[in-house]
Write a new protein. Sequence first.
Length: 289
Amino acid sequence: MPDARVRGRHATLEQHGVAAERFTDFVSPTLDLHGVDVVLLTFVLRGTGRHVLDETEYAITGPSFAVTRTGERHGLVTDGDALEVVNLYLDVDAHPIPTLAQPLDRALAALLPIGDAPRVRLPQVAIDDVAATRALLELLERETLHPGPGTGDSVAALRRALLVECARAISAHGFLPARGTRSRTDVAVDEVRAHLDRSFTENQSLADLAARVHLERTYLSRAFAASTGETISEYVARLRIGYAATLLRTTDRSIADIGVIAGFRDLSHFGRTFKRLLGVAPREYRRGP
């Protein structure tokens, strides 16, 4: 189990899947390995030191960033002067990451792998456009500290923009996983995934999706699972439950209405799926910790 619980500390993380926390003068002369219960992007905007991930150590030279996956033990060690650090917390289970244009989507998959996709061990990745990254982080930190009307739209746009910056850096510095010419199947799976990201609340059969990309149903099903680590039905269920979780915490709509809005025809199926993916029933989730 992770040592530190971040879920529940920030309203924007729970409701919208993202939050930012700044440490202007971070000093840690000794190593303190710990894990957190969400994905963590650590942006070091100033200073030098060491970043330890499990048993692997990387030199820090700001400005740069690194990813720590849920439960992965990590720690920062400073050289003498303080670091300026911004932690970006991402709940990728309840709030799926966006689909980006290629090759950025492939870089993002290396940063935040989905399901059983291969995990690429990334070192500290240098930040080229420091001004843009700093500005985005400052805006997201403001929304985290002072959420209000429009916060959902704001943090969603800021999260996407920051992930684009990270994906660009991964690609620019040669950390993009090697891959040959993309096959027709790869393109088809990406098209289906992007389509589902836009229309997951709609009822769509496997036959409809296969016809959309001109593939046989069984072949598409296997290719999608091999690419994403999830079946199509599980991928859609995760998107729907993430959307339903946001509605439960941000609206007064009834649980039955939210189930329908999120794409479930049957309330009991909605409840079972919600508890399976998030560990609690919709009513308990709405009450909060």
